[in-house]
Design a protein around this ligand. Sequence first.
Ligand code: NAD
Length: 286
Amino acid sequence: MEQSVQTRRIDGKQLAADLRERLRQRVAEAQLSPTLATILVGDDPASAVYVRSKTRAARQIGIDVRDHHLPATTSQDELHALLTRLNEDPEINGILLQLPLPAGLDEEALLDTIAPEKDVDGFHPVNLGLLLRGRPGLRPCTPAGCMDLIHHTGTSVSGKHAVVVGRSNIVGKPVALMLLAEHATVTICHSRTPDLPDQVRAADIVVAAAGRPNMIQGDWIKPGAIVIDVGINRLDDGSLVGDVDFDAAQGRAAWITPVPGGVGPMTIAHLMQNTVEAFCRQTSSG
Ligand code: NAD
C-alpha cells in the first residue's frame, strides 16, 4: 500500500498580498507614478467584478487607473481607435483589455493592436515571442503566478517532469514555456490526449488549466507531487471549484493550491507587477 503524504496548501492569497505590498513600497520609495488604462466592453457581470478587483488592487499600490467602460454595441473600429489613442498617450503605461469581448468583436486583432511595451497582460505576440526566446518582456500573469506558487514550495523545477493540462495561449502554452525555461521536462496535455490519467500519474508537477470541474482525480496524482490548480469552475450550487478534486488530492500531493485563494490572486498581483515594470521601462526609472 502507498504511504500517505502530508499535503500542504500553497496560500496564493497571502503570497499575492506579499507581492502587492512589495510593489506598494517600491512605488512609494522610488516615487513612481504608473498609470493603467482598463477597458471593459459590455455588461458581463463576471468581467465587471474582475475589472473592479484589478482597479482596487492597483489603487492600493499607488497605480493610477483610468477606467473605460464602453457599451456592448461598441464597434471594432471604435475599440481600435481607443487602443491606438492609449498606445500614443505618454501618460498611460499599461493597457488592460478585459476579455471576453462581446460576440462580433475580433479579440485577437484588438490584442495585437496594443503596443507590446504597454501589454501588461503579456498576450501580445511580441511578448509571447520574447518568452519563447527566453528574453526579457512582459510575461502573461497567470503563468507567472503559477511559477511563483511552485517556487514558494522550495522545490527546484530543474529536472522535474511537469505535466500541463490545457494548451491555451493565455495559460497552458506560456506556463509550459516557463517550466521549460527552468529545465523541467514538460508534457502538454489537452482535450485530445488519450491517456490523461497516466500522463498526470507521471508528473512531479501538475498544472491543471482545462476548465473542467474536479477532473483530476486523487489517484492520478503521484505521491509527493506539486499540484497547481488554475481552473475556476462555478457549479450549479454557486460554489467555485478547480480542475483538481481537492479533497481526493489530500494525502497524495505534497503541495496543492486551493480554489479560490490559489492562482487567482497571483494573477492580479502579476498584472500589477507588469504595470510597474512597464512604467519603469518606459521612463527608465525605478
Ligand atoms: P481554454 O478553454 O482556452 O483552454 C482549455 C484547455 O484545456 C484547452 O487547451 C483544452 O484542450 C484543454 N481541455 C479541455 N478539456 C480537457 C480534457 N477533458 N482533458 C484534457 N484537456 C482538456 O481555457 P483557459 O483560458 O486556458 O482557462 C482554463 C481554466 O483556467 C478555466 O477554468 C479558467 O477559468 C481558468 N483561468 C483561471 C485564471 C486565474 O487567474 N486563476 C486565469 C485564466 C484562466
